[in-house]
Design a protein around this ligand. Structure first.
Ligand SMILES: [Zn+2]
Length: 411
């Protein structure tokens, strides 16, 4: 390949998570995303097994959960700079192992959430934190330009990227959707990306339809965020007992929506301390609050994460109480912990109901993205079923660690 050509390499194709890729041009290198794959029960360190203290990076490298060729883990190669699209752990978990001199660029709009998640103890980060880039901001690496463009996802401050080099124009969506509270952001990203050569498309949503084989099952109807709020309203209207909810605290808009519905129904919405700090919510429960909730279940809605499930023993939920699963961890039945949650709900006679929606585009919206952008080539990543993308432009399902030079991508 010509020395001048831009080269795209996936270090982890992210099937289903843990996506990482690099773009190299004339000795400068941009690394996109630096998280850990989230596959409970399928990765060496999962289900309670953790890297050992003081040798965490070595352990993660040894089992392949951290790639060896990032150029920024443990020591810096002097040429690679890190670009992060949003704060989710499958995009950021390894940042804590990046040496302080490495440039780490991330959306300024996620800074408040990042700071609060670090302060809460949920997230560990590198010191200094890095370079917050404003919406629409541009970072130059030699002849490469990386522009930060906001998209809608299920947490504050998510972005995609538009990258231009002398021989390649590439758009990377980052995690995104069209059915959240800000579809106009995703639509604006798609318009801004129009006519790029290559679209790297986050395609988690392809994994949910017809997962057991075949592409012909009808699309599963999924709520939008406004319908999630309306569904909270319905659950609270019909529930006489205690309401317990498991949601993802980084989804601050979801937390605020639920809190507002609780207030309208005369219920105090209280969260675990760490979760509240992540969510930017001021109401926390403690033992005294749990005792009150036991006495007056109809006046409370409590956020209860997986590790706090044993609190049900003290809460003694009254008949007519409900457990609302709202995209908290465990995320779904691919996680062995999901059956454990169901077992706790059953043991305490709780109605188990799911009220939530994905942070990722539905299959039809992935097609909409491709048809709006009209790239010469689309590369679906971050999906259990990338090959299921059906669009009227050429599709490349990439191999990890194989360099793709611009002339090959555009051939
Ligand atoms: Zn995400």
């Amino acid at each position: 390949m010509a020395d001048d050509a831009t080269v795209l390499t996936f270090l982890n194709v992210g099937h289903p998570t843990g996506l990482k890729f690099t773009l190299e041009h004339r000795g400068r290198r941009a690394l996109f995303e630096l998280g850990l794959e989230h596959s409970p029960g399928a990765m060496p360190f999962s289900l309670g097994l953790r890297p050992r203290p003081h040798r965490e990076l070595a352990d993660l490298l040894a089992v392949g959960m951290a790639p060896r060729d990032t150029g920024v883990l443990g020591e810096w190669d002097g040429v690679t700079e890190v670009f992060l699209s949003h704060l989710h752990l499958d995009h950021t978990s390894l940042v804590r192992f990046v040496p302080p001199e490495v440039p780490v660029h991330y959306p300024a709009a996620m800074e408040e959430l990042r700071r609060d998640c670090v302060a809460s103890g949920h997230l560990r980060w590198r010191d200094p934190p890095g370079n917050p880039v404003p919406e629409g901001g541009l970072v130059r690496l030699g002849g490469m330009e990386v522009r930060f463009v906001p998209v809608d996802h299920d947490l504050p401050g998510a972005c995609g990227f538009l990258v231009a080099t002398p021989d390649l124009r590439l758009a990377y969506t980052g995690d995104h959707r069209w059915h959240g509270r800000h579809p106009e952001l995703t639509a604006a990203f798609a318009r801004a990306a129009q006519g790029v050569d290559v679209l790297v498309l986050e395609a988690v949503g392809l994994g949910r339809v017809g997962e057991d084989g075949g592409d012909s099952r009808p699309e599963v109807h999924e709520l939008d965020e406004f319908q999630v709020e309306a569904e909270f309203e319905r659950v609270l209207s019909r529930t006489k007992g205690l309401v317990l909810v498991n949601l993802y605290p980084m989804n601050r808009e979801r937390v605020a929506a639920l809190a507002a519905v609780c207030a309208a129904h005369g219920r105090r919405f209280l969260m675990e301390q760490e979760a509240a700090a992540m969510a930017g919510w001021s109401g926390c429960w403690d033992e005294e609050a749990l005792a009150q909730a036991r006495r007056h279940p109809s006046r409370f809605c409590l956020q209860l994460g997986f590790a706090s499930l044993p609190c049900l023993i003290d809460l003694e939920p009254a008949p007519g109480s409900v457990y609302v699963h709202s995209n908290g961890i465990p995320l779904g039945d691919f996680d062995p912990a999901f059956a454990v949650v169901r077992a706790w709900a059953e043991a305490f006679g709780l109605e188990f109901t799911v009220v939530g929606t994905s942070g990722h585009s539905r299959p039809a919206d992935l097609v909409r993205m491709v048809e709006t952008v009209r790239p010469r080539l689309v590369i679906p990543v971050h999906s259990r079923r990338p090959w299921a993308l059906r669009v009227p432009v050429p599709v490349l399902v990439p191999e990890a660690h194989r360099p793709y030079a611009a002339p090959e991508l555009l051939a």
